[in-house]
Ligand binder design. Structure first.
Ligand code: HEC
Ligand code: HEC
Length: 306
């Protein structure tokens, strides 16, 4: 059933890609991202958004307003190699070095040298404050000292595109994630506003619909790169320290992976939005569905006042 549905939903992508054959390069091809289908858990605060009138063509047209030459590019590796870090034997990047990486990846994207995946994202589109298609271009870069990500994003009605970046400093133990918004040549580091969704650093790609992705194999490959990332810590900038979030989510069916020494860091009430969406669309836990009793326990925890 599930498989049949997946094939059906993914068919338009194959058609879109047409003769333009792309491969994921060396290594095995990761499985395509599961389509987002609500399991009706009752965890969402608002009804599942109906985007059925929104077409693949509109998606392609609006996505391309960023500059058609910058997206839907041919690729061999989903992660673009950055030149080696200029300073040798680095133990901890400086904020200036982090900023330089962010500006460098923005420049590469603007020059049409990145390999972005374009989608309408599930988590930002579905609930929160937006409830409108949120157009994303996500590109990944790396060298021996850093994993760098760029997100170029807007809604259909926004005039310009917003630029956001994550730099994962691999020279510290554990690695440290820096989050920032880029406006022109100005990089502004941010804390809680990003932490509420990115509790453990870069987030796996979750398209809201299977035909709202530019290149499904690339999405899968970038998502796999993100899923395989080392367990890192969130860097809160000086003026934006972590608030007191209370106690972590201690339900065993989540905390066996979401713990200080788990696959991902502990989850707190501040993460309620991505928790509701990822569980309701069947992405968390990764390999099974929660029982009705477990859903009830999770709902009770989410509904408690912090
Ligand atoms: C409402 C939840 C939410 C918030 C808040 C949020 N993000 Fe994201 N972000 C996402 C999701 C979901 C993705 C993956 C999007 C997709 O499916 O294409 C993402 C992707 C990204 C990416 C691309 C790499 C990756 O993680 O996939 C960057 C860079 C990024 N976000 C930066 C930021 C920064 C910087 C902030 C704070 C200013 C921020 N985000 C706040 C949900 C959020
Ligand atoms: C088997 C291990 C495992 C279990 C169990 C699990 N998760 Fe995750 N979770 C992960 C991994 C790995 C990721 C990152 C990769 C991804 O997003 O697919 C993740 C990502 C997330 C994220 C995105 C933010 C982040 O930290 O990266 C949320 C929110 C989340 N999980 C919630 C939950 C909730 C709620 C439960 C319990 C209902 C749960 N997870 C159970 C492994 C797990």
């Amino acid at each position: 059933m599930q498989v049949g549905l997946a094939v059906l939903l993914l068919a338009p992508i194959a058609a879109l890609r047409g003769a333009d054959s792309r491969s994921s390069g060396d290594g095995e091809t990761p499985a395509l991202i599961k389509p987002a289908i609500s399991i009706g858990s009752g965890l969402l605060l608002q009804p599942v958004l109906d985007l059925s009138r929104f077409t693949t063509e509109e998606f392609a047209t609006i996505s391309a307003t960023v500059g058609p030459e910058k997206i839907r590019r041919k690729w061999t590796s989903p992660v673009l190699a950055l030149p080696p870090h200029p300073r040798s034997a680095v133990h901890g990047l400086t904020e200036t070095e982090v900023e330089a990486y962010m500006l460098q990846v923005r420049r590469l994207f603007d020059e049409g040298a990145a390999v972005p995946i374009s989608d309408v994202g599930l988590i930002s589109t579905q609930e929160d404050v937006i409830r409108r298609p949120m157009f994303n271009h996500v590109a990944a870069f790396s060298n021996a000292v850093a994993r760098v990500y760029l997100l170029v994003q807007k809604t259909a009605s926004d005039k310009g595109w917003g630029y956001f970046s994550i730099v994962q400093d691999l020279t510290t133990e554990p690695p440290l994630d820096y989050f920032a918004q880029i406006s022109g040549a100005k990089v502004t580091f941010e804390g809680t506003s990003c932490y509420k969704c990115h509790s453990s650093g870069p987030l796996a790609i979750h398209p809201v619909r299977a035909d709202l992705v530019s290149d499904a194999p690339l999405a899968a490959a970038i998502s796999k790169h993100i899923a395989d990332q080392p367990l890192s810590r969130f860097h809160f900038p000086a003026g934006d320290p972590p608030p007191d979030y209370g106690k972590p989510l201690a339900l065993r069916f989540c905390s066996k992976c979401h713990d200080t020494d788990g696959d991902r860091l502990p989850l707190f009430k501040v993460h309620s939005h991505p928790i509701r969406v990822l569980v309701d669309f069947g992405y968390m836990p990764p390999r099974r569905r929660l029982t009705p009793e477990e859903v009830a326990e999770l709902k009770a925890w989410l509904d408690q006042k912090p």
